[in-house]
Design a protein around this ligand. Structure first.
Ligand code: FES
Ligand code: FES
Length: 177
């Protein structure tokens, strides 16, 4: 007997997507297999490694612990949706590149989404807070030092960008816009 299928509507990286899935389809599998967004990685498939972390209505969640049907109507951001509107790297992505925060890269999408959400909540983390921000994600390659550096660098890039935007707005040319 074939499994009953369910229609699910999701907003993924700003685009409304509709899929038809069995009730047991994990959200991580729906993203990867039904929507072709393979940037979300699956490691442990039981909520431990954090590789599958995506943002659900802005909050980091383990996609392997959610069913696709339970995400009906939610706004999801995967690693593919982190880049800036002009296609350039986000501050967290840029910081990972600058600080060599990855080696094999398998864990990286989960770190990028986790840190993006973490810095929205705490834009100026102390060193200990930066460590804590990534404490729920596992990386087998880097030893974490460069990942923590990347958290701090991403916070600095975000602050520098905000200061530059504020300065532009204060100049006569900027104010006239
Ligand atoms: S694959 Fe989801 S937490 Fe490891
Ligand atoms: S870079 Fe390889 S697991 Fe983190």
């Amino acid at each position: 007997m074939s499994e009953e299928q369910h229609d699910v509507r999701l907003v993924v990286n700003g685009v409304t997507r509709e899929i038809r899935v069995p009730a047991r389809r994990l959200l991580s599998d729906a993203l990867r297999h039904d929507l072709g967004l393979t940037g979300t990685h699956v490691g442990c498939e039981h909520g431990v490694c954090g590789a599958c972390t995506i943002l659900v209505d802005g909050r980091p969640m383990r996609a392997c612990l959610m069913l696709a049907v339970s995400a009906e109507g939610a706004e999801l951001t995967t690693v593919e949706g982190l880049t800036e509107p002009d296609g350039s790297l986000s501050p967290v992505q840029q910081a990972f590149a600058e600080c060599h925060g990855l080696q094999c890269g398998f864990c990286t999408p989960g770190f990028l989404t986790t840190i993006t959400a973490g810095l929205r909540e705490n834009p100026h983390p102390t060193h200990d807070e930066a460590r804590e921000m990534v404490g729920g994600n596992l990386c087998r390659c880097t030893g974490y030092q460069n990942i923590v550096k990347a958290v701090e660098r991403a916070a600095a890039i975000t602050a520098e960008t905000a200061a530059a935007v504020a300065e532009t707005a204060e100049t006569p040319e900027g104010a006239a816009r």
